[in-house]
Design a protein around this ligand. Sequence first.
Ligand code: ZN
Length: 133
Amino acid sequence: MAPFPSELCPCGSTILYTQCCGPYHTGAAIAPNAEALMRSRYTAYVLGNADYLKATWHPSRFPPQFHLDDQPHTQWLGLKVKRYELSEDSHALVEFIARYKINGRAHRLHEVSRFVREGGRWLYLSGEIDGDV
Ligand SMILES: [Zn+2]
């Protein structure tokens, strides 16, 4: 379910959803860099948009058992991008902290994600989770 047009994007950009991650979700635009893609994937988790997550996952790394329905009690609280590094124009790292609650208990996900650009599109490859920070 998409936010109302007047709502700020869940990715924490302080921009309206319709001017931030929304166009990437609808296909009206493609994420220009790995950080924008990572933000739009976070927002897809918030909104339960499994199709977008699959579409932006490198096919070789997409987990066959992936189902958002496995995480029905996850409540996403916020995203903070700590680092963004581009290398060779086609590879990038994004380090972020995402906060969420499961059954009322707060957690922090600290991950360094790797992205690759293929055919002009950035795709999520994999992530290393540092756990609680
Ligand atoms: Zn956004």
